[in-house]
Design a protein. Structure first.
Length: 306
């Protein structure tokens, strides 16, 4: 792979977990000539400046995107329309405008109307993250061997799509292209509904803790503890995900509720075969994820349990 920068200037609108990780990974690969970062918060800009992953930090959107060859929206999805409207007049012809939002149909809907003539809009979603947020949470390896899904709209410029693909590959990702609607359905089941279940179960346990007098925390064994990790994810980001992927999430939740009722019935009627068969099928899925290199086989997710 070439060592030449893919883009002379990359502007990151949002320098939290994902924006900061992109900057670190781009630097590691030499994929960006210059990196500009925008954050509305002086505290975040000061922290980013101390860490040093950007060449310039801005409190003004227009100055951040000026002369950029790639502009990436890396803020919560609910803010994209306002950001796109503000930066539109400052984008130069030929610029690639992209994003990292966890939903894609709503991003197409919200951003497309503001994209100026001559600017190539190619949405993207790196399937990588942690429950941490902010500039200090970013690290260069976040995207290594993870998928990044591009959802170019109909008629997107093929060269722009190819260039963005090359950029994400240089950041360590494997890249797939799909339709935005399909992306939203796939992510509803693999990411959005699992987060909702985690938020729900931790909320229920918290309500119960009044009854169990903090035993929930004291005895939090593997299962519950893993849910609390997911349920510690950024509230703004996840509020915006659910507000912007409503149809797909509701569709998957409908299926989930039916299947949960079937499990409830199996427990009530002592149908051990039904339980055993499902648990055997799901164990094979876990093995498939490990075989695909998307997680480690170490017990307890490789945590040091001492
Ligand atoms: P994060 O760590 O909370 O960072 C968000 C960044 O956006 C911060 O710099 C924040 O600044 C800034 N921001 C907030 N409101 C803004 C606004 N109105 N205008 C401009 N900037 C604003 O979040 P993240 O995890 O990096 O998520 C960023 C995006 O990546 C989201 O769209 C999310 O859906 C997507 N994503 C996240 C993950 C994940 O696992 N976390 C994975 C894949 C994709 P302040 O802190 O000053 O508000």
């Amino acid at each position: 792979m070439s060592n030449e920068p893919v883009f002379a200037k990359v502007a990151l609108i949002g320098i939290g977990l994902i924006g900061a990780s992109m900057a670190h990974a781009a630097r590691r690969a030499g994929a960006a000539g210059r990196i500009a970062g925008y954050s509305p918060s002086a505290e975040e800009r000061a922290l980013a400046s101390r860490i040093g992953f950007a060449d310039s930090l801005h409190d003004d959107l227009a100055s951040c995107v000026q002369d950029a060859d790639l502009v990436v929206l890396a803020a919560p999805v609910g803010a994209f329309a306002g950001i796109a409207r503000t930066i539109a007049p400052a984008l130069k012809a030929g610029t690639i405008l992209s994003d990292v939002g966890s939903v894609k149909s709503a991003v197409l809907r919200d951003v497309s109307p503001h994209v100026p003539e001559g600017v190539h809009f190619v949405p993207a979603h790196p399937i990588a993250g942690t429950e941490q947020s902010g500039p200090g949470a970013g690290f260069a390896e976040l995207f290594d061997n993870r998928w990044c899904i591009l959802t170019p709209p109909d008629g997107a410029d093929a060269a722009a799509v190819e260039k963005l693909k090359t950029f994400w590959q240089r950041l360590g990702s494997q890249v797939e292209t799909m339709d935005a609607h399909h992306h939203d359905l796939v992510l509803a089941i693999t990411s959005h509904v699992p987060h909702l279940i985690a938020y729900n179960i931790v909320g229920t346990a918290d309500d119960l803790s009044a009854v169990t007098k903090s035993e929930v925390i004291k005895y939090s064994a593997g299962g519950f503890r893993d849910f609390t990790r997911i349920a510690a994810s950024d509230p703004t980001m996840w509020r915006d995900v659910f507000l912007n992927n409503r149809e797909a999430v509701l569709e998957v939740l409908g299926r989930f509720s039916e299947d949960l009722s079937a499990l409830q019935r199996a427990i009530r009627w002592g149908d051990g075969d039904a339980l055993f068969n499902l648990f055997t099928r799901t164990r094979a899925i876990r093995r498939g994820i490990i075989d695909a290199g998307q997680d480690m086989a170490a017990p307890n997710f490789g945590r040091n349990t001492k």
